[in-house]
Structure formats: structure tokens, C-alpha cells
Design a protein around this ligand. Sequence first.
Ligand SMILES: Cc1cc2nc3c(=O)[nH]c(=O)nc-3n(C[C@H](O)[C@H](O)[C@H](O)COP(=O)(O)OP(=O)(O)OC[C@H]3O[C@@H](n4cnc5c(N)ncnc54)[C@H](O)[C@@H]3O)c2cc1C
Length: 489
Amino acid sequence: MIARRRFLSAALIGLTVKAERRIPGGFVNDSFPLGHRLRDHAKFQTAARQEKYPVVIIGGGMAGLSAAWRLLKRNFHDFVLLEMEPQPGGNSRWGENEITAYPWAAHYVPVPGPRAALVRELFEDLGVLRDGVWDERRLCFAPQERLFIHGRWQEGIEPEADSTSRDREDYRRFQDMVNEFRATGQFTIPMRLGARESELDRLSMQEWLARNRFTSPYLSWYVNYACRDDYGALARDTSAWAGIHYFASREPEEKGPLTWPEGNGWIVRRLMERLQRYIRVNTPVYSIVREGTRLRIRSEQADFIAEKVIFAAPTFLAPYLIEGAPRVDFVYSPWLTANLTIEHSPEDVAWDNVIYDSPALGYVDAMHMSLKTFIDRSVWTFYWSLCDRPPADARALLLEKDWTYWREAILNDLSRAHPDIRRRVSRIDIMRIGHAMSRPVPGFLKSRLDFKNRGPIFFANSDLSGFSIFEEAQEHGIKAADRALASGV
Ligand SMILES: Cc1cc2nc3c(=O)[nH]c(=O)nc-3n(C[C@H](O)[C@H](O)[C@H](O)COP(=O)(O)OP(=O)(O)OC[C@H]3O[C@@H](n4cnc5c(N)ncnc54)[C@H](O)[C@@H]3O)c2cc1C
């Protein structure tokens, strides 16, 4: 009740101040006009030029870049990577202003465990891991996470303030069950190492909590937060297998995560330094057809003739682009992210700042990893997975509402914890991502284990795992590169 009163008064404060100051900004990186043209099989201009490569990679997100990295490591140079946007990176894109670089979406990688060999190999290559020691400058500084609950900030995001002994008993029992699941060896990163068909995939995470008589509203919030944050979905729409994977796949960490001001854009930048000459930006592929044993890949810039294709664009696009490709039943979550230029940063900001009872996910501070002793200006990246309604309805809402609507929604949300937010912000840019990440709905695991990836088009997007994290994108990119090489090019 207190929280509700505070929220209302905060919203009113916001409205008065808003009348005095205009906060500029706009939508950035909109990709849906092109996406809709692909979906509607719109007419594209035929290219006059033709080029030949044994391997063509489509999509320059983390999966496509990882495929390219692997090809180079295998001493294979005869390939090209086609990216539709002006900037590679996909969900690991970044931006920069006069204050700092900042992420547009992916912003961290948990410190990889000993079994995540490929992730460790990449970080050794990039100098983040040297002789088994992680570069301290890349390990998230304290304070890492905080939660605004009942009118004040607490450290960590597991709700503690005013928790009862029943809440704490549920936390403990949940943790014990997670530890048992971890010990089965089925919940691994990469997922391929341990995943197999499971009864858990037949129910939602919410049903699993109910069946196991978890009643704590705090635990329910926490599990829902985890599903919203990693999968863009509520616990009721998430497979229990995936919900448990979130908690059981990682060792309780002492250190980390690995993070940079521009988030995982830092990794993209380092990869681009090596891969620049293989990458063609502004090159959307609109069709892939077979011609005998070869493939013709069409873009408006050129036609590419290839023996093998690594398809690292989202897999749902395949039926729209590839002749004869079957439809996949993958579900995708829509997201909205925003970068707020902060002129007067509060002193106590953590890296990740979450507001209890908010429909959004909070914000990450881009200046957190700065070594400066005094920080007044910063950029906050605000995250919001629109999961309260079916994805198609949320996508429609995302497009229907204008930038002012979303700006107000973001400011009102932040004013719960920062009543003076409108005085602190000088700009808000917003990115809308209709099919942002694959959603692990009940049944997803079976559909992924059944997915055939035979070539000559090798699929590689992170959505092949059913959930989207850096490690899975890298894994699929590398595996697709290995398969393309093994199939003889
Ligand atoms: C808001 C948000 C926050 C996230 N935060 C994290 C995080 O902190 N840590 C983490 O590990 N993961 C995070 N993720 C998950 C993230 O999706 C993965 O880490 C990873 O970046 C996915 O890479 P990908 O290559 O599989 O897919 P994408 O990033 O989707 O890349 C696909 C690429 O294909 C291109 N493309 C599409 N169609 C075509 C076409 N027709 N022709 C040519 N190119 C095309 C796209 O432009 C894009 O560059 C986040 C995701 C979102 C949405």
C-alpha cells in the first residue's frame, strides 16, 4: 500500500516537472520496415554483380561473428559475412555518446565455468583470460545489484526486506532443489552438453512452483523476474526445464560477471577488428535458392554463389528467405530497450538496478566500470520485455505507440525509485525489437532436440537453443562453421 501511494505521488511530481522541460530523443535502429518487406515477399531490386565464395555467413550477430572467428581459426579465409544493418552485432550492438559507450541489449557474460571451453578460448584470444586469471578490469565492480522494494534500496535482487520465515524457508527449499537439479548434469552451458527430453518441459515454471507448494510471493516475483530477464517471458509462459536451467546451469559465482561499458558490444568490437574485411554491412539477404549443387544468395547489392551457407539470422526468417524451408514453431519475445543520458547521476547507483513490482526490468549503469572517482554524467540502459500479453499483441503495441508514449512509460516507471528522474535525464533514445529473443515455452526443448541441421544450409542463430544467451550464440556459430568445413569446402 505504501509503495502504491509513493508511486502515485511520484507520477504527479513527474507530470509537473515534465511540463517545464522537454526531453528529446527518438526511436533508433528500427529494423521492422525491412523485416516486414521480407515477410511480405516485397519486390527487391535484382543485383547486377555476382560473387563466388565457398561459404557465405548470413547475419552478423554473435552467432555469425563466432562462425567467422572459427573459420579464421581453422585457417579458412574464403568466405563473406552478410549483415543487413549498418552495424554488426545484432542483439550485442552498442552505441556511444560524449559521455560513454553503452549497450543496446546484451550487457554481460557470466564468468564461464571450466566446461565452457569455447567461451574461455575466445576470452583468451581477446586477452580477458590470461594463464587462468580473469582481467580484473572486466569483472563487474561492486556494488553489482540492488533492488528498490518498499520504498528503499536493498543490496542484491533476491527480495529480503520484510521477508518472513516462510519466505526464507521457500528460498532455502528452492535452493536445495536447484542444487539437486544441478547435480544431475542436465542443466549445462552450453545446453548441448547435458540437455535431454524431460518431463519438466511439459509444464510451465509457474505450474512447477505450485506443484512443489512454493507459496512465497517474493520467490514467485524472483522467479518471474529471472524468466522475464533471460527469456522475455513470465513464469507461466516458460517451460519449467528452462526456468530451472536459469538457476541450475551456473555455479554459484564468487566473481563476475564479465562486463564492459558497451556491454557485449565490446566483444563485437574486438571480433570486428579481426573480421572487418570479411563483413558486408547494409546487405540484407532476401532470397536463397538452390542451383544444382550450389546456392544463390540474393541481396540488392550482389548475388552470392556459395557451396555452403551458415544461416545465423533468426531461424523464423528461413521460410521467408529459403526456397522450400519448413516453418519452425519457435516463439519470440518482443523487447524494448532505451538509453537515457543522465546529467546528474545519483551517488549510490549499482551496476544493475531493479525495481520490485515494476513491469520493466530496471536499468544498467554504463559508467559503472569507469575508474573515475567522481561520476556525475552517465548513460542508463533501461530494459523492458513486453511479456504481459501474447507476443503478437505486444509487438503490435510496440509499433502502434509513439516515442512520447514509451518515453512517458519509462520515466513513470523509473520515478517509482527516482522521483526526480525528469530533472536528471537530458535525452532518451528507444530501440524496439519485435522478435528479440527466442522464448522457451513449454515443449521448446523437444522441438530443439528434434531440429535437424544437415546442410548445405547450416543454421546457427542462438534461437536453436530455445533461449538466447551469448554462450549459446557462440556455440551454434562455431558448430555451424565446423560442420560447413567438415562437409567439404
Ligand atoms: C534486450 C536484450 C538483452 C540481452 N542481454 C543479454 C546479456 O546481457 N547477456 C547475454 O549473454 N545475452 C543477452 N541477450 C541475448 C542475445 O540475444 C545473445 O547474447 C546474442 O547476442 C544473440 O546473437 P545471435 O547472433 O544468435 O542473434 P542476433 O543478435 O539476433 O543476430 C542476428 C543478426 O542477423 C541479422 N539479419 C537478420 N536478417 C538478416 C538478413 N535477411 N540478411 C542479413 N542479415 C540479417 C540481424 O541484423 C542480426 O545482426 C539479450 C537479448 C536482448 C534482446
